[in-house]
Design a protein around this ligand. Structure first.
Ligand code: NAD
Length: 510
């Protein structure tokens, strides 16, 4: 089955990982072996970029920008519309590849491609709405307004857990804004990136899009470091761990470039005494075990009112007993594998730390063995009773470990929810209007995303996506996130017959 998909997506046994749009470079960098956490099989190889390959791509992108920025935005939008169509045609194949290469469930693989299609639709409409404001000038016979211009090259560094969607959130907006993109995908999921490049090639060709508008440079951390330090890249949009974000932001900041950071989360759901517990259960379990706990928005902490703690944790344990773990391409399974053995070791290490710091397990974890789990990457989702202050609870473990803790009053629960270094997503489950509004107020959640009666994961592309504190402060996707990809210019036009200065300053030459 996977061979048919690879063929359909034009992925061969050995692939160049470097492209300027429709041209694949004869890359000379290290060879990355792409394999699947589903069954441990090697899938194909990808040759990464050398520094010289990278420089060639950047130079091509710089030249392309000079032309692309002059295309009317709606015409750029038309290219993005056609990319959306190409993604629709290839949704099934790309969704399956994402599922096989990354290990997320097939439904989530399709969902990821649907998110790409959705952002294309959003960007098409936006291509006719990149509007600025007009202001009243204090000087007579003057007009003042602001407009938005493209920035240049947007460098996109993406994480393994959303191998394709995060690129599209950035690229589709950047393109309609008039920027060109250079994408450095995760070295753990390079084939999904190559597939995207293949899917859109015909659209680039038939629309005569300048070579260099849509570039790919596969590589590891070092390639990302080149991009962060490169003054030819005015905007670096980096998605990944907080450790990576701190490194990128200090390098980009030192050259006074712009960094758009989408980093780790440590997301909590507060379950109040007034919650609909059956509804809350679905949100909590999907949030905690979906993508095997490898979403930035995965639910990691449940803060439960003491009056419903026993009944709700009982429901949780029962739900966990019903989870089917296995091949994510089999739609009967709820939970797939972790990305690799390093992730399994981090999961095991966290379990040890939970025990050492005083936590106890309501549902035990462990690594699954046997033929069905031959890759060695399948682990059991587990639940631990902890205190919010434990060092391990303050840290984002990228695995299906769910922490439960009790609270007594809502102020205390909100303080616990906020008392972690990260600030991405949060939720409250309650049917009580006062509780919901307090949670959403300025005294409530300090996260970039705050939901009521919805879990922490599963954002729609229409809203701005991102978070505060160690999550990095960036916003991508919907709302006015497009402004991150443009530079603002204020223009004042004098159509009078004199030259009055602002603030009434007098400057006479005679
Ligand atoms: P990671 O930080 O290990 O790698 C992410 C990307 O950064 C990769 O492409 C990697 O090659 C590159 N990179 C690593 N170090 C770098 C450096 N010093 N300079 C430049 N580039 C560097 O993350 P991961 O394991 O792939 O992904 C998981 C993490 O991503 C989690 O923390 C998760 O919460 C986060 N994430 C956040 C969001 C969000 O929108 N907030 C979305 C998805 C994932």
């Amino acid at each position: 089955m996977i061979n048919d998909i690879l063929q359909q997506l034009h992925i061969t046994a050995a692939n160049s990982g470097v492209s300027t749009g429709t041209i694949w470079l004869d890359a000379k960098g290290p060879v990355i072996q792409a394999s699947s956490p589903v069954d441990g099989q090697d899938i194909a190889t990808v040759t990464a970029a050398t520094r010289a390959d990278y420089d060639q791509v950047i130079e091509t992108a710089q030249a392309a920008f000079k032309e692309w920025r002059l295309w009317p935005a709606p015409r750029r939008g038309e290219v993005v519309r056609q990319i959306g169509e190409a993604l629709r045609t290839n949704k099934e194949a790309l969704g399956k590849l994402v599922s096989y290469e990354m290990g997320k469930s097939l439904q989530e693989g399709y969902g990821e491609v649907q998110e790409m299609i959705d952002i294309c639709d959003f960007a098409v409409g936006l291509s006719r709405q990149l509007h600025g404001l007009t202001m009243h000038s204090e000087r007579p016979g003057h007009r003042m307004y602001e407009q938005w211009h493209p920035l240049g090259i947007t460098g996109i560094i993406s994480a393994f857990n959303f191998p394709v969607a995060v690129w599209s959130w950035n690229a589709m907006l950047a393109w309609i804004c008039g920027d060109v993109c250079v994408w450095k995908p995760s070295e753990k999921t390079p084939l999904s990136a190559i597939a995207c490049q293949q899917i859109i090639q015909d659209v680039l060709r038939s629309n005569k899009v300048p070579e260099g508008v849509c570039c790919l440079v596969t590589g590891g951390r070092e390639t990302g470091e080149w991009m962060a330090a490169d003054t030819r890249v005015p905007l670096v949009s980096a998605t990944g761990s907080t450790r990576m974000g701190k490194a990128v932001s200090s390098v980009v900041g030192a050259r006074l470039g712009r960094a758009l950071l989408e980093l780790g989360g440590n997301n909590a759901i507060i379950i109040t005494a007034d919650a609909d517990l059956d509804m809350a259960l679905i949100g909590c379990v999907f949030g905690a075990v979906g993508t095997a706990g490898q979403r930035c928005t995965s639910t990691r902490r449940l803060i439960i009112h003491e009056s419903v703690y026993a009944s709700f944790t009982q429901k949780l344990v029962k739900a966990y007993q019903q989870l089917r773990i296995g091949n994510p391409l089999d739609e009967n399974n709820h939970v797939g594998p972790l990305i690799d053995k390093d992730a399994v070791n981090l999961y095991l290490d966290s379990i040890e730390k939970i025990k050492a710091q005083g936590g106890s397990f309501l549902v035990e974890g462990g690594v699954l063995s046997g033929d069905a789990y031959a890759s060695g990457c399948y682990v059991k989702p587990c639940i631990a009773a902890v205190e919010n202050t434990y060092a391990i609870v303050q840290h984002e473990t990228f695995a299906p470990i769910l922490y439960v803790m009790k609270y007594n009053n809502l102020d205390e629960a909100i303080a616990m929810q906020n008392d972690v270094p990260q600030g991405l997503s949060s939720a409250i489950m309650t049917l009580n209007l006062r509780e919901a509004e307090l949670f959403l107020s300025q005294a409530g959640s300090d996260c970039g995303i705050a939901n009521v009666n919805i879990g922490t994961s599963g954002a729609e592309i229409g809203g701005a996506f991102g978070g505060e504190k160690e999550t990095g402060g960036g916003r991508e996707s919907g709302s006015d996130a497009w402004k991150s990809y443009m530079r603002r210019q204020t223009n004042t036009i004098n159509y009078s017959t004199s030259l009055p200065l602002a603030q009434g300053i007098k400057f006479d030459l005679a």
